[in-house]
Each structure stands twice: as structure tokens, then as C-alpha cells.
Design a protein around this ligand. Structure first.
Ligand SMILES: NC(=O)c1ccc[n+]([C@@H]2O[C@H](COP(=O)([O-])OP(=O)(O)OC[C@H]3O[C@@H](n4cnc5c(N)ncnc54)[C@H](O)[C@@H]3O)[C@@H](O)[C@H]2O)c1
Length: 322
């Protein structure tokens, strides 16, 4: 029996990862944790623990009380929120992860702590960016992600900690809203397209970024979490799927909703996006543990519109005749 603790579990990724992990490992084996209140219905879906990752003693107590084997450390302040409040990002992303590594080392746990394309920077080669390359990020979020990667690798080499990490691209999903990142436009655009038929993008029309649909993000996360340690030749992997610009995403949406319009008013998030890769080389994840995404821009867009229309209770009929 494997008991899993997910920190920051009420975020965009945690919300869906918890459901998937419970379907695999059992409802009582997967402990959701965050610093927010949860509804009675949510508590009924499985155990929820209040855990502020800055509280090192609380972290250790949770791990001991629930006999935890694996931690998925998702608690984080994302890029855009982090640039508005760098002190908070430094605290939560660096010290919170230090607490997570420390408790994992002390109790001999496996830990998956996600990284991001934000770990790269303006001097990184931006096309097919490989796993090992120049990493000089210019955001606090990116700096803390490089720190997470290096500290995790150090704990692995020095103490044998079973640390694993994935550099996620921008994640697109419809169940929980994104938590303040630079790729959030690629989720907001679907809400606005369905509700109002128009969207104002905070990134330029030609701003190309790597992206991924949530089912692939979950599949990659669970596959790396479960991979035999002996097959892993490295600890941190790029995870790629597809890439697009705001203008290409708008065109794809227009194939379904021909009246949809988009305008562009780039803000401070454009500077963040400008330092990130256009596309990722994830050949090591593919070769070492069989990573393969299922969705591309076309299939993701079709499904996002379908599913979100149901949730928003909006009348929707795609203009594409099958
Ligand atoms: N969503 C993306 O597009 C994306 C892209 C790249 C990397 N990532 C990484 O994936 C992981 C999960 O991201 P997400 O999108 O679910 O983030 P999110 O912002 O949606 O959720 C983060 C969660 O952390 C919680 N949190 C904040 N401070 C905390 C604290 N002190 N203690 C405990 N919990 C705290 C928040 O309440 C929130 O529920 C993060 O490490 C993030 O950096 C996400």
C-alpha cells in the first residue's frame, strides 16, 4: 500500500491529480493538503489536511501521522503572481521546497517536485530546448525552480533521496482555474470565447510558448512518479506536447466559433514570456520512461470547448462539420 501526500492540492494541477491518484491508489491512500478551506463535499471525496509548507514541524507531523511514502510537492507561487510578490515566491517556492526535501530525506520518501519552463531564461536556446542547457532565468519563480532542481539533484547524489522533477510547459485545463502564471491566457481565452465571443490577450500575437493539455500532464506526472528508479538516468525531465502563439490558438478557436475575435494588449507578463523557450526537446523522457503525449492543438481545442461549455452551461455547437 502506498500513501501519497500532495501539497498545494487545491491548485490547477493538484485538483485533477488527486482524483487520478485516488482512482489508482485508493481514496484513503491519497492525502490532499493545502492552506485553503474545503467544502464538505470535497472532504467526502477523501482525506484533506491543512498543511502550510512553510511549517516544517507541521510537514513532518503530517508525514508521520499518515505514514506517507511519496510526496507530490505542488505548493508554489507561479510566475506572474511571483513577479508581483517576489518575497512570497522566494519563501513558498524555496523554503517550502527545502522543508519538503528535508522531510523526504528524514523519512526516506520518494518526492516529485515539479519544475517549469520558467527555469530557462533569455539566454537559453529557445527552439527545441534540451534538458541540459543554459539556465539563467530572470524571474523569481524561475530562480526558485532552478534552485529546486539543483537542490533535489544534490539531495539525490549526497543522501540518496529519490527526487524526481518535470519541467511542465503551460498547462491547459477546464476543471480548476490556473493560479497566476504567464500561460494563463491559454485557459482564459476559452472561457471568454464561450461566454463573450471575444478575448483580449495579455501576450503578443506571435508569442510562442510550449503548452500541454491537462490529461497529458497528469499522465506524465503519474508515469514518472511510478517509474522504476533504476531506469532513470537523470532526475529532471523536460515534458513537451505542442506549442502555439495566441494568434494560432485564436485561429483554432475560430474554426469552431467563426465569430470569435481577439485583441492584444501585452502587459508585464510579455517580458516573462519573452525569456521562455518556444519549444522543448523531451527526447530523454520519451526514451527513458516512455513519455508520449496524446493531445495536439486541434484535439485539445475541440475538447476544451466541449467540456467547458458543459461546465459553464453555455449553448455551444462547433462550426466544424465532422
Ligand atoms: N499550471 C501550470 O501551467 C504550470 C506550469 C509549469 C509548472 N507548474 C508547477 O506545477 C505545480 C503545481 O502548479 P499549479 O498550476 O497547480 O499551481 P496553482 O497556483 O494552481 O496551485 C498552487 C497551490 O499551492 C497552494 N499554496 C500556496 N502557498 C502555500 C503554502 N505556503 N503551503 C501550502 N500550499 C500553498 C495554493 O493554495 C494553491 O492551491 C507547481 O510547482 C508549479 O510551479 C505549473
Amino acid at each position: 500500500m502506498t500513501n501519497i501526500l500532495v501539497t498545494g492540492s487545491r491548485g490547477q494541477i493538484g485538483t485533477e491529480l488527486i482524483e487520478l491518484l485516488r482512482s489508482i491508489y485508493g481514496r484513503e491512500q491519497v492525502f490532499a493538503s493545502d492552506i485553503t478551506q474545503v467544502s464538505v463535499e470535497e472532504r467526502e471525496r477523501g482525506p484533506y489536511v491543512y498543511l502550510d509548507v512553510l511549517d516544517s514541524q507541521g510537514f513532518a507531523k503530517t508525514v508521520v501521522d499518515y505514514d506517507i511514502d511519496w510526496i507530490v510537492h505542488n505548493a508554489s507561487i507561479l510566475s506572474a503572481t511571483g513577479e508581483r510578490n517576489p518575497e512570497l515566491a522566494l519563501k513558498v517556492n524555496a523554503r517550502g521546497t527545502e522543508n519538503a526535501f528535508d522531510v523526504a530525506k528524514r523519512y526516506n520518501l520518494r518526492i516529485l517536485s515539479p519544475s517549469s519552463i520558467a527555469a530557462f531564461g533569455p539566454s537559453t536556446p529557445s527552439v527545441d530546448t534540451p534538458d541540459v542547457t543554459i539556465m539563467r532565468p530572470n524571474t523569481m519563480y524561475g530562480v526558485t525552480k532552478v534552485w529546486v532542481e539543483l537542490l533535489g539533484e544534490y539531495y539525490h547524489q549526497r543522501f540518496g533521496l529519490d527526487f524526481r522533477s518535470l519541467r511542465y510547459p503551460g498547462i491547459i485545463s477546464y476543471k480548476a482555474l490556473p493560479g497566476g502564471g504567464t500561460t494563463d491566457y491559454a485557459v482564459e481565452i476559452f472561457y471568454e470565447a464561450l461566454k463573450n465571443g471575444k478575448y483580449t490577450s495579455f501576450l503578443r500575437p506571435d508569442s510562442r510558448l510550449p503548452m500541454m493539455y491537462m490529461p497529458d500532464c497528469l499522465k506524465g506526472t503519474v508515469d514518472l512518479l511510478r517509474a522504476e528508479e533504476s531506469i532513470l538516468e537523470q532526475r529532471v525531465f523536460n515534458l513537451g506536447a505542442f506549442n502555439f502563439t495566441p494568434s494560432e490558438l485564436a485561429s483554432e478557436i475560430q474554426r469552431h466559433l467563426p465569430d470569435f475575435t481577439i485583441e492584444y494588449q501585452p502587459d508585464y507578463r510579455q517580458d516573462i514570456a519573452d525569456g521562455w523557450p518556444n519549444s522543448l526537446d523531451d527526447s530523454q523522457a520519451r526514451r527513458q520512461w516512455g513519455w508520449e503525449p496524446s493531445y495536439d492543438l486541434t484535439s485539445m481545442t475541440a475538447e476544451m470547448l466541449e467540456k467547458l461549455a458543459e461546465i459553464l452551461n453555455v449553448t455551444y455547437k462547433s462550426a466544424i462539420v465532422v
